[in-house]
Design a protein around this ligand. Structure first.
Ligand code: GUN
Ligand code: ZN
Length: 470
């Protein structure tokens, strides 16, 4: 008996939609993307393809080297491959509280709902249970990379990194640092204890994946009010010494901003607090940024830091409307975050939808009108290539390009129980090899506004399928 020991290669054949910049989607009705399964890397992207046989004939040399599999979506009219989503701001321990926020705003919401729940995840079994649930839910919603806040607990934070690695979701994992102005029952014991705890988690996560491609540590000062200046300065040093990512909240709510002014009177602005501490780097993710001055935007741009726009959260806990067009025009890297559970939805698709709607509210109040509106393509780019840029991973992720990783979702609008109805005159393949790109563009708009996780039929990370039947 002979055993086929050739490595495998997969050709993803059919319709794909591809973010090619921070504002544009490319629509391909019949194409082919070739992926080396061992490395998970895209080796070719073909646009004008007439049949899978033509692709196999053109790539005949592959058949010698590899066992070639074909995964096709051409049996469906309303189905397309799309890059996996980036959720650049999500609190894993807050997942059980999705939807529970009443009429609260940030500071009372933290005291009433959030700190008690996070504190209860000192129980490691409970933490693992919650973390499995949130990773399962976000993966099924098409999120292939997430930047997670855990809790202050070292053990539970390590567990979050373990679960992400086991489940195959790319993740930044941060222990939340809280060295002042926090409840007695939920805070770091001292600055020294916080530093030791952070280093322990950073070393542990780095040990899990020294390449930092699958799981990576991220410094996580909760927000300026809950960290002493000395703690933030120490983080700035460690960030530079170890070339680490960093994430925090910035300028989310007006009362919070007033509190920061009171706590840090010597600083020019909220952004200046972080800047003087040295934690604004090119791998720093700043969540919310609802109420920034032009000077603050210029500082963020100069440091190369990125913004995580969290519109679901900003509407839910009444923080405001982030002026995303202003930030994009200023050339700041921008992305989307669910901000569970300030945000109620674990799906980046829902956040993209809300980003589009909130931009309409910004437009209604502004003299610039339509210029402030974000398009369907723009919000989907924020959720993919924008996330990759903010995480400084755009050389590897965020779109379908030769040399990038196959982190992808297969969207199927015709699945049983689909929340979206597609009509015959909306189908992009129009017979005799004809194609209608406008119809495909409209299908993507229907997906954005009507779709949900029922339409995510398969998800891959690094070329490996992590969701869906094979
Ligand atoms: N600011 C400080 N902590 C939090 C949090 O957990 N969620 C949000 N949305 N803002 C914060
Ligand atoms: Zn948050």
């Amino acid at each position: 008996m002979t055993v086929d020991t050739k490595p495998t290669f997969t050709i993803y054949y059919g319709t794909f939609v591809n973010p090619v910049s921070i504002s544009d989607l490319e629509y391909v009705v019949t194409g082919a993307i070739g992926v080396n399964d061992k490395s998970g890397t895209i080796e070719f992207v073909e646009r004008n393809v007439s049949s899978v046989d033509q692709v196999l004939a053109d790539k005949a040399s592959l058949l010698v080297q590899y066992t070639v599999n074909v995964i096709s979506n051409t049996d469906k009219q309303a189905s397309f491959f799309f890059p996996g989503f980036f959720d650049t701001h999500i609190h894993a321990p807050q997942y059980p509280n999705c939807g529970i926020f009443g009429k609260s705003t940030l500071l009372d919401w933290l005291e009433t709902y959030t700190f008690p729940l996070e504190s209860s995840l000192s129980n490691i079994d409970k933490a693992k249970f919650v973390y499995n649930k949130v990773i399962d839910r976000t993966l099924r919603s098409g999120t292939t990379t997430a930047s997670y806040y855990a809790t202050v607990h070292v053990g539970a934070t390590k567990a979050l990194a373990d679960v992400a690695l086991e489940r195959g979701q790319r993740a930044f994992v941060g222990r939340v640092c809280m060295t002042q102005n926090s409840p007695d029952y939920y805070c770091d014991a001292s600055e020294e204890a916080a530093q030791a705890a952070d280093l322990e988690v950073i070393d542990y996560v780095t040990g899990l994946d020294p390449t930092r491609e699958r799981v990576a540590p991220i410094l996580t000062p909760r927000f300026a009010p809950s960290c002493t200046p000395a703690t933030m300065k120490w983080m700035g040093q460690v960030m530079h010494e170890r070339d680490l990512a960093c994430q925090t909240h910035l300028s989310e709510n007006v009362k919070e901003i007033a509190w920061v002014k009171e706590l840090f009177p010597e600083n020019d602005s909220y952004t200046d607090v972080y800047d003087k501490a040295g934690i604004l780097g090119k791998r720093t993710i700043l969540a919310h940024c609802v109420h920034l001055s032009d000077t603050e935007v210029a500082t963020i741009k100069a440091r190369g830091s990125g913004i995580s726009h969290c519109p679901t959260s900003n509407s839910s806990i009444t923080s405001g409307e982030a002026p995303m067009r202003r930030y994009l025009d200023a050339g700041v890297k921008c992305s989307l975050g669910t901000d569970l559970s300030g945000g109620y939805a674990p799906s980046v698709l829902e956040v993209a939808r809300q980003a589009l709607l909130v931009s309409r509210h910004v437009a209604m109040k502004s003299s610039r009108g339509d210029a402030d509106k974000l398009s369907v393509a723009e919000v989907l780019c924020l959720g993919t290539i924008g996330g990759a840029q903010v995480c400084e991973m755009a050389d590897q992720l965020g779109s379908f390009e030769v040399g990038k990783k196959w982190d992808a979702q297969l969207i199927d609008l015709e699945v049983e129980n689909s929340p979206v109805d597609v009509f015959e005159w909306q189908e992009p393949r129009i017979g005799e090899g004809g194609e209608d790109l406008n119809r495909l563009e409209n299908l993507v708009a229907k997906w954005l506004f009507g779709g949900d996780d029922r339409n995510v039929s398969r998800v891959w990370v690094d070329g490996r399928q992590v969701i869906g039947s094979k």
